[in-house]
Design a binder for this molecule. Structure first.
Ligand code: GLN
Ligand code: ZN
Length: 768
């Protein structure tokens, strides 16, 4: 019989209950016991949902109060000394690592948090020391939660992050010697895994899921070599440990398949057949005579209803080779990356809603597919028919297919991706029309989103004020922001983005092909959740999106005004994309819509236009090679298509919120923007050297101060920073701006910081 499995379930709850509880605990509004009780309630509720859906392998230990990797840091006693020495309650030590702790004389910053593979989830990076000692915590969490479920009558399959991934995803602590490679600590770590596995078995766990997602990466030789000994050791426990299902996701493992050959100690291998269905044959060929395949055919990363027909085809192929008892139907990855339930969405267009499936619905999907292949299609005939109908309706709907968009895409020419002249000609033209001093000052776009702005927007959304009243309010905000910038003496002004709730949602709401949810939150990090819009159809711009505000701003300003747009790749990456057309197609559609907007802004008298692409880098495929090369091609092409339609004397800016350009410089240069602003204040100015080495001539504004903190940088600090930049960049190339937008800051610190920034720029103008 074919079993069904889920690799992990979202933790937040239907109404972001976990977020509310943890934040209430941090704010001192509920007790520790209250928080623990809420965690327990959510775990039980989520297990029950999966049990009621009929799922065979239900995960436990997928729950975390902050992050599952952080759980493992604590589980294995790898808490850095600076946290463990504070004598906090273990739960508070845990939160201190996740988010820092500044209370009652204790002051420790958070540990480093980075993106979980190519998702929008962030994990806490294990930070390891020389000869790191690992020791399983007393009453280990995975065992505790397994017992908790068992007491409620649900036998679960606990989830552990595997030893190799735990180390590879970690880093050497700043107190460690420079050449410490975390993977060298494997010998020290394995006994803790032996310990937890034997305790799980003793508690009654027959199966365990061990995640080794790093297998989808190009691994360093020593990391790759670590797999065999690690799993031989864990496998040698035999009956003393649960059977191991080794799970990989977000990519294929073909390039690392030799690692898994002859590892008979592994009961099953899980692979992501949504992202990489083509790996099925290789993986089937590599399985030993008794090994099981866990086929990830229900998408854990996106919100689309599974196409049962194609999913069943994949599973049937595995069954033909292995037989029904050696195949499991599973989600492609943990469902952590999708929202809780579609049932909460009351406002979606019914036609479109019919195409979606969130975590609760996906739980049922795995069981239907498992039943279909076990008992034959007749056993689930109604479900299959309904699914086929839904798939058909999506494929043929006029909501997804827009012939105008397709015709326009077919007519895109290579020339449309190129500005009329090279940078040298353009900048000469721009200098004539946009009068700017040396070291021009500007900001990245947003100014403080005050409580009043948010309240007024809410009132407007709820219909408590009229559109005319809201528009008037926004105009007044723009007027005030322009006045302040003029008073501060900035050179290129912005309108402040008061009308925007979010840099992607604001555009999505005005484009056809996009829809929005009311409760579809997914965890981004800790208690922070995001609600990505959904791209369901061909994207078109029915009307200008930002021209009214920018035109107004131009009309009242006595300095050049910068128009502000979110780039095609960022619009794509911070949404749930379609899975029925390639992302490059969606990027091009977004680019065409933005191209029209850019041209309309130019026609409205906006001489400087910034197209933000903070997500360009995070979209980079996980492995070097063809996929990455292709991504860079189509992503760069989308930006160029969006921006190249302007005259030479219109200045195109772009902005990036990251500072690692070393391996990425060529892509950035290929955008052919006139001016780039980049985050830089927290990095070494030496990084800017790449722009010199590569003889980059376009203008560049490396952020001169960090906007993530309310701290006001002194004029001297900013001058020091600019001096460091001038070691690498030419004076005529350098712009002076903050690291990023100012929307999360308060007005007093913004005014203080920008005053110092403008004064620093003036000082350098006198020097050159
Ligand atoms: N223009 C945007 C702002 O200033 C850019 C935000 C970003 O890069 N994340 O808010
Ligand atoms: Zn930014």
């Amino acid at each position: 019989m074919v079993q069904s499995a889920i690799l992990g379930f979202p933790r937040m709850g239907k109404l972001r209950d976990l977020k509310k509880a943890t934040e209430a605990y941090w704010g001192g509004k509920i007790s520790r016991d209250d928080l623990l009780a809420e965690g327990k309630r959510l775990r039980l509720e989520h297990w029950k949902i999966q049990k009621d859906a009929g799922v065979d392998s239900i995960p436990s230990n997928d729950f975390a109060f902050y992050d599952q990797v952080l759980d493992h840091i604590q589980l294995f006693g790898a808490t850095p000394e600076r946290y463990s020495s504070q004598n906090l309650h273990p739960l508070d030590t845990y939160f201190a690592m996740g988010r820092g702790h500044q209370k009652d004389g204790v002051d420790v910053p958070a540990m480093e948090m980075v993106k979980w593979f190519d998702s929008n989830y962030h994990y806490v990076k294990p930070s390891l020391v020389d000869n790191q000692v690992f020791k399983l915590e007393a009453d280990p969490k995975p065992v505790r939660e397994f017992k908790e479920a068992k007491e409620a009558g649900i036998v679960t399959r606990p989830v552990l992050l595997g030893p190799v991934s735990f180390l590879v995803l970690g880093k050497a602590d700043r107190s460690a010697s420079k050449d410490l490679k975390p993977i060298s600590l494997l010998e020290n770590l394995l006994p803790a895994y032996v310990d937890v596995l034997t305790q799980l078995k003793a508690a009654g766990a027959e199966d365990v899921q061990i995640d080794e997602p790093v297998l989808v990466y190009d691994l360093a030789p020593e990391a790759k070599a670590a797999f065999k000994p690690a799993y031989e050791k864990l496998g040698s426990l035999g009956d003393k440990a649960p059977r191991i299902t080794l799970a990989t996701y977000f990519g294929d493992i073909v390039h690392n398949i030799d690692v898994l050959k002859n590892t008979q100690s592994l009961h099953a291998i899980h692979v992501d057949l949504v992202r990489n269905p083509e790996q099925l044959d290789t993986v089937l060929g590599a399985l030993g005579p008794n090994q099981t395949l866990s086929a990830g055919v229900v998408d854990g990363r996106n919100i689309w209803k599974t196409n049962f027909k194609t999913a069943i085809e994949k599973v049937e192929k595995a069954i033909q080779k292995l037989g029904k008892d050696r195949v499991i139907v599973a989600t492609s990855s943990s469902l952590l990356h999708v929202p809780h339930t579609l049932a909460s969405e009351k406002k979606l267009d019914p036609e479109v809603r019919e195409w979606f499936s969130f975590a609760v619905e996906k739980a049922t999907e795995v069981t239907i597919i498992a039943k279909a292949v076990t008992e034959g299609p007749a056993a689930v005939a109604d479900a299959l028919a309904a699914n086929a109908k839904s798939v058909e309706s999506r494929a043929t709907s006029t909501r997804t297919n827009n012939p105008n968009v397709k015709a326009r895409q077919a007519a895109v020419t290579p020339e449309q991706h190129d500005r009329k002249s090279p940078f040298a000609t353009r900048i000469a033209e721009q200098t004539k029309t946009i009068k700017l001093p040396l070291f021009p000052t500007t900001t990245i776009g947003s100014f403080p989103q005050t409580p009043l702005i948010r309240q007024t927007r809410n009132k407007f959304t709820k219909g408590e004020i009229t559109a005319a009243e809201y528009e008037k309010f926004i105009e007044d905000e723009i007027k005030e922001v322009v006045r302040i910038q003029e008073e501060l003496g900035l050179d290129v002004l912005v309108h402040g983005e008061p009308e925007r709730n979010d840099m992607v949602q604001y555009f999505g709401e005005q484009l056809s092909g996009y829809c929005f949810t009311t409760h579809a939150w997914v965890q981004s990090y800790g208690s922070r959740c995001v609600r990505p819009p959904i791209i369901y159809g061909d994207i078109e711009r029915p009307a200008p999106m930002t021209v009214k505000e920018s035109k107004y701003a131009v009309s009242i300003a006595n300095k050049p005004m910068k128009g502000m747009l979110t780039g095609p790749i960022t619009c794509l990456r911070w949404s749930f994309p379609r899975d029925d057309v390639h992302q490059s197609v969606q990027a091009q559609q977004l680019a065409l819509a933005l191209r029209d907007e850019v041209i309309d802004l130019e026609a409205a008298g906006v001489q400087v236009i910034q197209v933000d692409e903070p997500a360009l880098r995070e979209g980079l495929p996980l492995r070097a090679g063809e996929e990455r090369t292709n991504y860079l091609k189509w992503a760069v092409a989308a930006f160029r298509l969006a921006t190249a339609g302007v005259r030479d004397d219109t200045q195109i800016h772009s902005h990036f919120c990251y500072s690692e350009f070393q391996d990425f410089f060529h892509a950035i240069a290929a955008l052919d923007a006139d001016v780039l602003s980049i985050e830089n204040s927290k990095s070494d100015a030496k990084l800017l050297k790449v722009f010199v080495d590569e003889t980059y001539n376009s203008h560049i504004g490396p952020g001169v101060y960090d906007i993530h903190s309310p701290r006001v940088p002194s004029e001297q600090e900013i001058k020091d920073r600019i001096n460091e930049m001038l070691v690498h960049l030419k004076p005529e190339q350098l712009w002076i701006n903050p690291d990023c937008g100012l929307k999360t800051r308060g007005w007093p610190e913004v005014k203080g910081a920008l005053t110092n920034m403008v004064n620093a720029a003036k000082y350098f103008r006198q020097q050159y």
